[in-house]
Design a protein around this ligand. Sequence first.
Ligand code: ADP
Ligand code: ADP
Length: 226
Amino acid sequence: MASLSLKNVCKKYPNGFEAVKDFNLEVEDKEFIIFVGPSGCGKSTTLRMIAGLEEISSGELSIDGRVVNDVEPKDRDIAMVFQNYALYPHMTVFDNMAFGLKLRKVPKDEIKKKVEEAAKILDLEKLLDRKPKALSGGQRQRVAMGRAIVRNPKVFLMDEPLSNLDAKLRVQMRSEISALHHRLGATIIYVTHDQTEAMTLGTRIVVLKDGVIQQVDSPIKLYNEP
Ligand code: ADP
Ligand code: ADP
């Protein structure tokens, strides 16, 4: 279960630039929300505020009705998947996936069980001893997702997770993400530039421009209206 509420959320960077202005959005449990909009419109900033990686300047962010503005990232029950995967190059696939659990002092045998479960879901079982540089792009992307799902978070944030993959792999990973969404029953917020991704994955699409929400609609409404 995870609903999310953003009320009048603003981000003003230390240099005075207002990257996000009065962002209002109610996300229901298990929704797949897509953020679209031109480069620089505030998509990443908003995701980072939700993850707790960037301070909220004003406004209120709640998860399941609890205000989390001042809650540390590791205590937010949110996992983020980055465009560049952000894997640790010196660690094996296993250790990359286990990292967040170790940080949270999860017992070793439980970590092993969770990593093995995630590896099975993501078809990484045979690659657990490899370092990231010995993986294909698609495999790296799966490790990045594995690292997120081992924690069983209520909310997944994905910042252009497929944009570094070639077209064929993008299509494959798109269906994997869709299957994962159903399988985990997770609430997802997903940033993309790709209209097909937005249409096939999203339950609702949030269109941003200059830090302001322009429109929030279902894919059918958004893309089929004259
Ligand atoms: P998007 O993800 O939509 O491309 P971002 O959220 O990354 O956009 O950035 C939104 C705006 O905020 C951009 O104009 C960007 O230049 C600006 N910005 C991002 N980070 C900072 C920062 N640390 N200081 C000042 N401005 C920033
Ligand atoms: P893709 O075509 O999907 O980008 P690659 O050509 O990078 O994949 O790799 C093809 C296969 O070879 C993958 O299964 C990958 O795990 C394996 N592989 C790639 N580099 C190495 C390496 N340095 N050591 C071992 N296996 C590797």
